[in-house]
Design a protein around this ligand. Structure first.
Ligand SMILES: CCCCCCC/C=C/C(=O)SCCNC(=O)CCNC(=O)[C@H](O)C(C)(C)COP(=O)(O)OP(=O)(O)OC[C@H]1O[C@@H](n2cnc3c(N)ncnc32)[C@H](O)[C@@H]1OP(=O)(O)O
Length: 306
């Protein structure tokens, strides 16, 4: 199609011979550098995603930045259905050459309360397998995305909520909320990919302390240890700051940027790719321990009693 367009526009200006040579050059270039071509093609393929009630994707046509909003009230508990919607949204974004994505929440005071405890309590193995596999998919797609990512953390982000945020490349959080990986407090062993995202964000020592103690940090303390990058007073401001971060990449080759990101994250991604089944088995056998089930059950009760 590009060649046809080229040919029609040059018809009046070039001789047949010149046209043949130029067409050949472009055709060779296309087959050799299909990927590089994306760099100089105008970014016109931005889309509005078909509405999914659980994940809303809103792409700004001018900036090419997508705001991906989790919408599972009351606390964005990460259920199988929410993970499926996120996985699909990430595929759509990847296929549509967006310039960046910002992950945020429609819940007024919660970014995400982490894994839906109903998926963890008295689980059915078949459903849980689908749940865990989709969760792994989401992490592989988010952490390994070719486009840059940021999280506008407009509320509490414990456990899985924190995990989603640290899988992005930049984090802006609103004040007076809590963020952290409190899995050990529930008797849950942090899976391999969670450890990778955490080590990629804070120092190894902070990661070890945070994971073993299961600490939930205030927004201000999270900034001090580098778990987040900035504080913004409201959600709108947080999104704005994320946009500013992503806009910096306008002056950077997108190919060079995405290859560099990929190579920095490759080892972590491969680590999970190579042991997805084992990762599931480890988590499952820990999860169904009677003592862990009791701890989760008691915890769910304590949340309901509040
Ligand atoms: C992707 C994870 C990486 C891999 C790690 C693997 C292990 C991961 C494990 C987890 O993610 S386990 C989940 C851990 N989550 C938490 O510990 C957070 C628990 N929730 C809270 O602390 C609070 O709800 C909140 C997020 C601080 C919000 O507080 P708020 O006062 O605004 O709301 P609540 O009244 O507490 O909750 C409203 C409603 O929602 C229910 N609920 C809360 N969290 C969850 C949850 N994670 N799953 C399911 N349901 C949840 C809560 O019971 C209330 O229900 P109702 O009383 O209205 O029926």
């Amino acid at each position: 199609m590009l060649l046809t367009l080229f040919e029609s526009h040059t018809h009046f200006f070039l001789s047949m011979f010149q046209k043949m040579i130029l067409t050949k050059i472009i055709s060779n270039t296309l087959s050799l550098h299909k990927k590089q071509l994306i760099e100089w093609l105008p970014a016109v393929r931005y889309f509005s995603s078909p509405t999914n009630p659980l994940v809303n994707v809103d792409v700004n046509d001018k900036s090419g930045i997508a705001v991906v909003t989790m919408n599972r009230k009351p606390v964005n508990g990460l259920s199988l259905e929410l993970f499926e919607a996120m996985s699909k949204a990430l595929d759509d974004l990847e296929n549509n050459r967006i310039r960046g994505a910002i992950l945020t929440s429609s819940c007024p005071t919660v970014f995400s309360a982490g894994l839906d405890l109903n998926e963890l309590y008295q689980p059915d193995k078949k459903r849980f397998k689908a749940f865990w596999t989709t969760f792994q998919d989401v992490w592989l797609k988010l952490y390994g995305s070719s486009f840059p990512t940021a999280a506008a953390i407009n509320g509490h982000a414990p456990a899985g909520g924190c995990f989603l945020a640290i899988s992005c490349e930049y984090r802006v959080m609103c004040p007076d909320y809590k963020i952290g990986l409190n899995e050990t407090r529930l008797g849950i062993i942090a899976p391999i990919f969670l450890r990778a995202s955490m080590r990629n964000t804070v120092s190894n020592r902070e990661a070890e302390k945070a994971l073993t103690l299961g600490t939930l940090y205030s927004t201000e303390d999270a900034l001090k240890i580098g778990l987040i990058d900035e504080i913004a007073i409201y959600k709108v401001k947080a999104i704005e700051r994320c946009e500013n971060f992503l806009a910096q990449f306008n002056n950077v080759s997108s190919i060079a940027r995405s290859f560099t990101k990929r190579s920095l994250r490759q080892k972590d991604l491969e680590e999970l790719e190579n042991c997805r089944e084992e990762d599931f088995n480890i988590f499952w056998s820990n999860l169904i321990e009677p003592s862990v089930q009791k701890q989760i059950g008691d915890y769910m009760q304590s949340l309901k009693k509040k």
